[in-house]
Design a protein around this ligand. Structure first.
Ligand code: 6PG
Length: 634
């Protein structure tokens, strides 16, 4: 039991009808400990007696109390909640003999009339309501119990009990930004006791955690702080602290300020979009102090974090096990109701896969933007484009397709809002990191860099306008059918996912992370921004092994979609459209399916000017050769 300070056995007592069982069950669930209903341990003769309305004598009760005492003793280490009427002081003494230091009493107190009315509505209890009066007469109210009024709601009673017993919070959240707030509410809604912290900045960030707590009913029992030491003090050991601060220097600054207050075995989780190499560094630094560090990707935006995100944790497995229940409980659930959260691997592998998730996200978004450009160029209105994309859903549904349709339909004051949005795409850095990683990895994952550079190009608005005026030419509209465009779009998405997952596989092998691609596809099947029908199907593809492009049904879809992507790219070029990701998907595919390419010339050029050597196809030993390219022999 991690949440109590002193006691490990909680006896919840009161007369029949006071709600001992219900409240006890809820309390046990909230504390993640066992629930024991004392009524289940009466002897048959006592049950028979009670059901015929004969009150039990002390002699009837003693063996029952002794049995419960033994059960309490067995639960001292792991904790439990025992619902037991325990009306007399002597019964309570018997129940807590030799273990009173480890026992707490919670007395559910209520008026006779209220409880009597409740009892009259109970059908399945072996004790009739008429017994109630004798229970009230017998009751010797405890002096050392936490007394709780039963008139509150069950949830409020549980929360009062937890607070009054001075229970420590199970998990703390630092950073009350959009994602920190949503994850906190998600944790609280799922019954975890939480502590919230947001720094104090005069005039700028004042009482942020306290104000947030009071704005949401599910946070009624959350503890709110703007003093870091008190926040850390409020957490049960080993402490579990979820950082939801901006990636980069802020993460290091918070870790530094936390270190002095932490003990070995405490766990810090960084759930922001941190760079995986930074996560590796932080993990090593904290490891040297005996503190665990879990870098975890979290995807789903504000709504996902609140209702169920996709979660990608990594680090030392033993540390993950200690936080697993929190992460899996708040995560989205897949189609089999399994949590969209899995242990990704060692080091910063969780942040690595999140970074590639974002890279795939960039390319998926860019592909939709290119389809939008093509359809717009055909003269379609926004709602016509939305209807067109709606019709694509049976073949290529995804969260991003869905939001694109919503965006196309959104009107503000009678006009389409999208038409008022400036065409300069921003980014927060994960696409840039993913692009650098592509370059470092030696993988030809070209779609991510292409999507990133399309965003970069969009930023040059003034230059683009200048160039448009300078290079004026007759633009023509294209005549691509919507089904051909849909097939080209799906073709490019398959290439995008093929590249992204191959990149994960390759970097995982390099770091010996053993990332399970099928599991990654599974946890991306719900909760995250790139969730889609395609991702759902990839769960099985990766179970069979191999990569997307070389496996059915994807190889068949690529073969069938090839003519479509060719005509879309040709028409887009002729229409002078900027469709780099569609073009790149085709280009990559063409490059990959050329068994004998033109890189022999590159090698010859390198050897010519730099004596970099080359390999010969007529030398099966694979030796390096160098030639004088200026002289020729016959
Ligand atoms: C997610 C998103 C999320 C965020 C991106 C935005 O999975 O929930 O990817 O992490 O939306 O970081 O990234 P850009 O600002 O770089 O587009």
């Amino acid at each position: 039991m991690t949440t109590r300070q002193n006691s490990s056995v909680l006896f919840i007592m009161g007369v029949s009808g006071s709600g001992k069982t219900h409240i006890g069950q809820l309390l046990a669930k909230a504390l993640d400990i066992s629930f024991i209903d004392a009524d289940d341990y009466h002897s048959q003769s006592s049950i028979d007696k009670m059901s015929t309305g004969i009150p039990l004598t002390d002699a009837d009760r003693y063996p029952w109390l002794d049995r419960l005492h033994q059960i309490a003793q067995r639960h001292l280490d792991i904790g439990c909640v025992i619902a037991c009427s325990a009306l007399k002081a002597s019964y309570r003494q018997r129940l807590s003999t030799d273990i009173s230091q480890k026992v707490s009493w919670i007395y559910l107190k209520g008026d006779f009339d209220i409880i009597y009315t409740r009892m009259q509505h109970r059908k399945d209890h072996f004790m009739g309501a008429e017994m109630l009066k004798s229970q009230f007469d017998t009751m010797e109210e405890p002096e050392d119990a936490l007394v709780v009024n039963i008139e509150d709601s069950a949830e409020a009673i549980v929360s009062t009990i937890k607070n009054k017993l001075n229970m420590k919070a199970e998990i703390g959240v630092i950073g009350m930004g959009v994602m920190g707030k949503s994850l906190s509410r998600n944790l609280a809604r799922n019954g975890f006791s939480i502590a919230l912290y947001n720094r104090h900045v005069d005039g700028l960030e004042e009482d942020v955690a306290a104000n947030f707590k009071s704005a949401h009913s599910e946070l009624v029992s959350a503890l709110a702080f703007d003093d870091l030491e008190s926040f850390v003090e409020s957490l049960a050991s080993p402490r579990k602290i979820l950082l939801m601060v901006n990636a980069g220097a802020a993460v290091d600054a918070v870790i530094q300020s936390l270190i002095d207050y932490l003990d070995p075995e405490d766990i810090i989780l960084d759930a922001g979009n941190s760079h995986y190499l930074e996560t590796n560094r932080r993990l090593q630094m904290l490891e040297s102090k005996g503190i665990y560090f879990i870098g975890t990707g979290v995807s789903g935006g504000e709504k996902g974090a609140l209702l169920g995100p996709s979660i990608m944790p990594s680090g030392v497995y033993e540390a993950y096990q200690k936080v697993e229940q929190y992460l899996t409980t708040i995560a989205a659930k897949d189609s089999n109701q399994e949590p969209c959260c899995t242990y990704v691997g060692r080091q910063g592998s969780g942040h690595f896969v999140k970074m590639i998730h974002n890279g795939i996200e960039y390319a998926e978004m860019q592909l939709l933007a290119e389809c939008y450009a093509i359809l717009k160029n055909q003269g379609m209105t926004n709602p016509q484009m939305a209807d067109t994309m709606e019709a694509w859903k049976p073949d290529c549904d995804s969260y991003l397709l869905g939001i694109t349709i919503d965006i196309l339909r959104k009107k503000e004051a009678g006009s389409y809002l999208l038409d008022q949005v400036l065409d300069q795409a921003a980014n927060k850095g994960t696409g840039k990191w993913a692009t650098s990683t592509v370059a470092d990895s030696g993988e030809a994952a070209t779609m991510i860099p292409t999507a990133l550079f399309a965003r970069y190009l969009s930023a040059f608005k003034t230059k683009r306008q200048e160039a448009e005026a300078l290079f004026t030419s007759n633009k023509q509209s294209n005549s691509i059918s919507t089904s051909v465009l849909r097939d080209a779009y799906q073709f490019a998405r398959i290439i995008n996912h093929h590249q992204g997952f191959s990149l994960i596989d390759s970097v995982s092998a390099e770091h010996d992370w053993n990332v399970n691609l099928s599991e990654i596809a599974r946890i991306w099947s719900e909760g995250c921004i790139i969730k889609s029908d395609l991702i759902k199907q990839l769960v099985n593809t990766f179970k069979q092994g191999g990569s997307i492009m070389f496996n059915t049904p994807w190889s068949t879809t690529l073969s069938q979609g090839y003519a479509s992507i060719q005509s879309v790219v040709i028409e887009s070029v002729q229409s002078q459209l900027h469709t780099p990701c569609l073009s790149e998907a085709l280009s990559y595919f063409n490059g990959m399916k050329i068994g004998s390419g033109s890189a022999n010339l590159i090698q010859a050029q390198r050897d010519y000017f730099g004596a970099h050597t080359y390999k010969r196809i007529d030398d099966p030993k694979g030796k390096s050769h160098h030639s004088d390219w200026t002289t020729t022999t016959d």
